[in-house]
Design a protein around this ligand. Structure first.
Ligand code: AQP
Length: 347
């Protein structure tokens, strides 16, 4: 891959991140992404957050369900503290620069880079030839999402690290090929204890909204009863909780539950263990369920309230798209100039 070059030119700090509306958002999305999105906004940084519906259709989506899930995801952002006045919140397909820049970046990126992406390998499985071309090109669209705004930082979970590295490679190759210092070399922000929330059924697998087992995840729309039941049934081992964080090594299911507790309570793993060392899961799981319900309950209630007004959600996304468009269109026009496109149409 091309060597990322650190650009000497300073780019103003701007955060971009997105979530696919490809299912009900999970506790993993909340702790690994949404909660941190709101924190970044509250630090006073310019923040753009996107429901990446074009990414979602890289695998089959029923159109009516996709629309519903996009509104539900928008409600989840707002209920988690993303304020559509302070952040720019919109859905990807309403801002054409995403697709237009993606085409240019498709022509910069190399096919071999795409085949090396572990998410492509995981999602395409053993039948890669039959997966959509979009699934293979997904990381180039993701690079376009970020670079259309010259975003300098992208808060993501650990699973997205490889895609951000690819964005850096694509930006560096564009800058190098055209002899410009145009795109920033974006930094991933992978922070906190919840960078990878694991499945409740298998502590070695990521909690994912597309996992066929609903028992593997907590959905942001789950009721208090459903949350308590899923945590009660979560896979664990027969040992009590250890005294030290090192004592969780080799115990992925126990470690996951401690991590979830720590992230929900804004504590470190060590602080959780200081409180629960020696406790059996019969004690720890109900405490975790109570905490999860206390934290997620108000968010779910707010989501339900917002979902009752889908027109208002659509209006919020439309306003966000206009603001996003105003930033991205001049950047796209500069890209077209750099690559040699004639721009003479009067509009
Ligand atoms: N389990 C997780 N722990 C921490 N962070 C997570 N994220 C997702 N799952 C976890 C973070 O959420 C953001 C949005 O991810 P996405 O929905 O666009 O895609 P994904 O990473 O592929 O998430 P899923 O749930 O696994 O979706 P599907 O099943 O549709 O592929 C990202 O910042 C991600 O890191």
């Amino acid at each position: 891959m091309a060597e990322p070059v650190q650009t000497p030119q300073a780019f103003p700090t701007r955060i971009f991140s997105g979530i696919q509306p490809s299912g009900s958002l999970t506790l993993g999305n909340y702790l690994g992404a949404l909660k941190r999105f709101a924190q970044k906004q509250n630090e006073g940084i310019e923040t753009l957050y996107c429901l990446v519906d074009l990414h979602a259709i890289t695998v089959w989506q029923d159109p009516a369900v996709l629309r519903q899930q996009t509104r539900e995801a928008a409600a989840a952002f707002i209920a988690s503290g993303v304020d559509p006045k302070r952040s720019i919140l919109y859905n990807q397909s309403q801002v054409q620069a995403h697709s237009q820049l993606a085409w240019v970046l498709n022509c910069v990126a190399r096919v071999g880079w795409m085949y090396r992406m572990t998410q492509f390998k995981d999602k395409a499985g053993s039948n890669a030839e039959n997966s959509s071309l979009g699934l293979l090109a997904y990381p180039a669209l993701m690079a376009a999402d970020i670079l259309a705004f010259k975003a300098t930082h992208v808060p993501v979970g650990e699973d997205q690290r490889q895609h951000i590295e690819l964005t850096r490679d694509i930006a560096a190759k564009f800058n190098h090929d055209y002899g410009v210092n145009f795109f920033p070399i974006t930094e991933p922000l992978i922070e906190g204890v919840a960078t990878k929330v694991m499945s409740l059924r298998d502590g070695t697998k990521k909690m994912s909204k597309s996992d066929p087992s609903d028992q593997s995840r907590i959905n942001m729309t789950d009721t208090a009863d459903a949350i308590a039941k899923k945590i009660r049934k979560a896979k664990t081992d027969p040992e009590p909780l250890p005294e030290t964080v090192e004592g969780l090594d080799g115990r992925p299911d126990a470690k996951n539950l401690v991590n979830i507790y720590a992230a929900l309570a804004d504590m470190t793993q060590a602080q959780v263990l200081a409180q629960y060392a020696g406790a059996q899961f019969g004690t720890f799981k109900p405490a975790l369920a109570d905490l999860a319900v206390a934290k997620l309950g108000p968010i779910t209630a707010e989501m339900n309230r917002l979902m009752a007004e889908p027109d208002e959600i659509d209006a919020i996304l439309g306003r966000g798209a206009e603001r996003a468009d105003a930033i991205a269109t001049p950047i796209l026009n500069d890209v077209y100039d750099i690559v040699g496109m004639i721009r003479s149409r009067q509009v």
